[in-house]
Ligand binder design. Structure first.
Ligand SMILES: *Cc1c(COP(=O)(O)O)cnc(C)c1O
Length: 399
């Protein structure tokens, strides 16, 4: 740098380059709005969409490109797009693939905010939604029509955790609505329980959305979402919509995820083992617990489909309480827990409990009458969690 330049100029135009032989396990936190181009020709020729070059912070940095590549490996995909939350990733897919006059299909047990988005936002743009019962492929078959351009799936469903025959749902769409894309909200499977792009018999979904907020973060402290797919044309469609919406993610958040990913499979396995032990324990308690919902538990809805597809399960289970119990006594159970905290989301080191009014949640299929309490199992010792649940049941009985 020239000696004649003012210190104010020199402080901006410093010569820093990462040292060539500096190799460390951490991916650098690269921050950028502006990215410099050496020449105008370079500015005109660089393409961010195929991830071959950097053009603007919103379109990616070495940190986000690395995270995308690792998530593609995790999900068995080729292309990944990052969004500021799981919900915004779902929204990008809807906005990218649906036009006025189209219809989107949602499973009745879909993640609640997805249904809200269809009801309150998509409806305004002339895009209708229909629900199908994911446990009855015939119900999906009947909902398919030429206007259907997108079919969402979830395995298992939100809160009630019914595991559908996912390959059969995909087959049904391929056969009866070849114009429609099949999307999976893959937050539960997380890329670990099964490969959504290879479901067997040559079947696979077209794209997955993953709330990285859950297992990939693992800390309960970062919000992020991803969209993953294999088809380059589909990827470009999604990537352009994502870019036009101006959705980027923060470098520090991307770095937090890169730091958490190496331990994700171990955390998932530990939370799976603990949740299964707790599910078996809860199933043995009898009244006031009427039923335990966990796809790996024999008798839970769709257990056979889970067993046919999955290597493992997320650390979630739901307790269905006797419908004769007043809701305030189930609230007393949740309030009586000390180690389980009350709060949304899951996948962190701490266990969580949330009560749901079952009746209001479903419009078709299996009826749930009692209050449901969803438990997300953290990394505490299982014995301590079981003792906490036993104390919660005592609080319910005393209420
Ligand atoms: C949490 C969650 C989302 C949304 O993720 P956010 O990052 O909280 O927006 C979407 N789908 C499922 C199944 C989830 O559990």
């Amino acid at each position: 740098m020239s000696q004649e330049e003012d210190i104010r100029t020199q402080l901006i135009h410093h010569d820093y380059r990462a040292p060539d032989t500096f190799e460390s396990p951490a991916v650098g936190v690269h921050k950028a709005a502006t990215v410099f181009f050496p020449t105008v020709a370079d500015l005109r020729s660089r393409r961010w969409v195929d991830r071959s070059a950097y053009t603007y912070g919103l379109h990616g940095t070495p940190t986000t490109f690395t995270l995308e590549a690792r998530l593609a490996t995790l999900e068995g995909a080729r292309h990944v797009i990052l969004a500021p939350s799981g919900l915004s990733a779902l929204t990008v897919v809807n906005m990218s693939l649906l036009r006025s006059g189209d219809v989107v299909l949602l499973p009745d047990n879909v993640y609640g905010p997805s249904k809200d988005f269809a009801q309150h936002e998509l409806a305004q743009w002339g895009i209708a939604y229909r629900l199908y019962d994911p446990m009855q492929p015939q119900s999906l078959r009947e909902a398919l029509s030429p206007e259907v351009k997108l079919v969402w799936t979830e395995a298992p469903g939100s809160v009630t955790l019914e595991f559908p025959d996912l390959p059969e749902l995909v087959r049904c769409v391929r056969e009866h609505a070849p114009q429609a894309k099949v999307a999976l909200d893959n937050t539960w499977g997380a890329g670990l329980a099964f490969n959504a792009f290879e479901l067997g018999q040559g079947l696979g979904v077209d794209l997955t959305v993953h709330a990285l907020t859950k297992y990939p973060s693992g800390g309960g402290d970062v919000l992020m979402g991803s969209i993953a797919c294999r088809d380059p044309a589909l990827y470009e469609t999604l990537a352009w919509t994502h870019s036009r919406l101006g959705l980027g993610v923060g470098a520090n958040d991307a770095e937090a995820l890169l730091r958490s990913l190496p331990s994700m499979a171990l955390r998932y396995a530990a939370q799976d083992a603990s949740a299964r032990r707790i599910a078996h324990w809860a199933a043995e308690q009898g009244a006031p617990i009427r039923r335990v919902l966990h796809p790996a538990l024999p008798g839970s809805p769709g257990h056979e489909h889970w067993a046919a597809l999955c290597r493992s399960a997320a650390g979630l289970l739901t307790l269905e309480f006797d419908p004769a119990l007043p809701a305030r006594r189930v609230d007393a159970f949740v309030d009586g827990l000390k180690r389980f905290r009350i709060g949304w989301s899951w996948g962190g080191p701490f266990s969580l409990a949330v009560p749901y009014r079952a009746g209001a949640m479903r419009e078709m299929g299996t009826a749930y009458e009692g209050v449901l309490v969803r438990l997300c199992i953290g990394l505490e010792h299982t014995d301590d969690l079981i003792a906490d649940l036993a104390a919660g049941l005592d609080a319910l009985r005393a209420a």
